[in-house]
Design a protein around this ligand. Structure first.
Ligand code: C2O
Ligand code: CU
Ligand code: CU
Length: 434
């Protein structure tokens, strides 16, 4: 884990360089014959690494990422969760980089951008699930206010990129969303997470699987959540379990206050609906191991950086209905499958809207919006303080989100983040205009 962490960080060795105000990276997407926990196979990797290098920037930075496509098919990059332009050489999901070609993505992270855990992955409609599940995914960390909180700065930081490794799916498995039996955490099977007694561990967890959900429990150690997808929450909140759907991130603190020994990070079974549910038994994703004492005891922080709440919306609520058609034969939003030439939703630049996302299907669908994060509104009309960009809408249920469409005009997308569902058409286009 420690090795991974250092090799994964932005450095010349992984094709990445950071100077004051500038992050420059080159990512080469290439098929590689690689071994994972004794299972050799063809994977897709950025710069030969699974997962790809961790890119790190700060608010205000210019980011330049040169992508070279050495695959035999088109690919591209999406900067999941970043509030940056969805057009031109920014976070443009409509670009396709053909085999053998390169493209440089360039954008500026706004000064007021929250610090948090974001990520990059390919977004070619029809092949997103396959490309991501073959290994194309990496973290994009924005450092800022959160990292300056003394207790958090004193914590030992680890990245946990959760990936599974599916085989080529059958049509039924595709409908459900492909899953692999092997699960890795930052490229390793059951790595050791070294903990210090009296210390604090900070984990940045990303579900980079194309379809698999993770229900996470650490033996004898509660999770203290400090951030969701879109950045900090007002104060640490304790949970025994965390459900992390594809695309979601969560940052947690773990207190090193138990007896010496080893504790398992378990993935508990979760039924997300649909055919072929195997009711898997719990599996171990990583193992926390106490290795010595912290120099000074660190407690939980009491306050975290403020996130600006979104104002209420005075516009009528929109409804977006996700459904699977007959036997999963058509994956739609509001009755239509994805078409990039169409505009499904038109929004005014600078407005705040509430969307009711309805799941009429037989499977759970994690709904994701590009470019702008949102707050989930409870049944009482009160919006959660946390910012997210993926919300789970369980089968037969509905969720209301409040989103602000600030700063960036242009066309982008929203979709189910079970990437097979997105590839099968459960995606719509959004145009923000003045
Ligand atoms: Cu992480 Cu449009 O996706
Ligand atoms: Cu995204
Ligand atoms: Cu779905």
């Amino acid at each position: 884990m420690t090795r991974r962490r250092f090799f994964g960080l932005c450095s010349a060795a992984v094709g990445c360089a950071r100077a004051e105000g500038l992050l420059e990276a080159s990512l080469e997407a290439r098929p590689e014959w690689m071994d994972l926990d004794g299972r050799a196979g063809w994977r897709y990797a950025y710069n030969g690494r699974l997962p790809g290098p961790v890119l790190e920037a700060r608010p205000g930075d210019t980011v330049r990422v040169a992508l070279t496509n050495r695959l035999a098919e088109a690919t591209n990059l999406h900067f999941h969760g970043l509030h940056i332009p969805p057009t031109g050489s920014g976070d443009n999901p409509f670009l396709h980089i053909p085999p053998g070609e390169s493209f440089t993505y360039e954008f500026t992270i706004p000064e007021q951008h929250p610090s948090g855990t974001f990520w990059y992955h390919p977004h070619v409609h029809g092949s997103a699930a396959r490309q991501v599940s073959l290994g194309l995914a990496g973290l994009f960390v924005v450092r800022g206010e959160m990292d300056e909180i003394p207790e958090i700065a004193a914590a030992s930081e680890r990245f946990l990129v959760l990936q599974d490794w599916p085989e080529e799916p059958s049509p039924m498995e595709r409908i459900r969303g492909r899953e692999g039996a092997l699960v890795t955490a930052s490229g390793l099977r059951d790595p050791i997470l070294p903990a210090a007694q009296g210390g604090l561990m900070r984990l940045r967890i990303l579900n980079a699987s194309s379809s698999r959900f993770y229900r996470l429990r650490m033996e004898d150690h509660p999770w203290y959540v400090i951030a969701t997808d879109g950045g900090p929450i007002p104060e640490p909140a304790g949970y025994d379990e965390l459900l992390v759907t594809p695309g979601q991130r969560v940052e947690v603190l773990v207190k090193g206050d138990r007896a010496e020994g080893r504790y398992r990070l378990l993935n508990l079974p979760y039924d997300r609906g649909g055919p072929l549910f195997r009711g898997l038994a719990g599996e171990t994703l990583a193992t926390l191991e106490y290795q010595g004492r912290a120099e000074t005891t660190v407690g939980l922080p009491t306050r975290l950086p403020e996130a600006t709440p979104l104002p209420k919306s005075d516009l009528p609520r929109r409804t977006l209905v996700m459904s699977e058609g007959m036997m999963g034969m058509s994956f739609t939003i509001n009755g239509r499958t994805f078409d990039d030439r169409r505009v499904d939703t038109r929004v005014r630049l600078g407005s705040v809207e509430e969307w009711e996302i309805v799941n009429r299907g037989g499977m759970d669908h994690p709904f994701h919006l590009h470019t702008n994060s949102f707050q989930v509104v409870g049944a009482d009309g009160v919006a959660e303080r946390a910012r997210r960009d993926v919300v789970l809408v369980p089968r037969g249920e509905r969720r209301v989100i409040r989103a602000g469409f600030f700063d960036y005009p242009g066309k982008t997308v929203y979709h189910c983040h079970i990437l097979d569902h997105e590839d099968l058409g459960m995606m719509g286009t959004l145009e923000v205009a003045a």
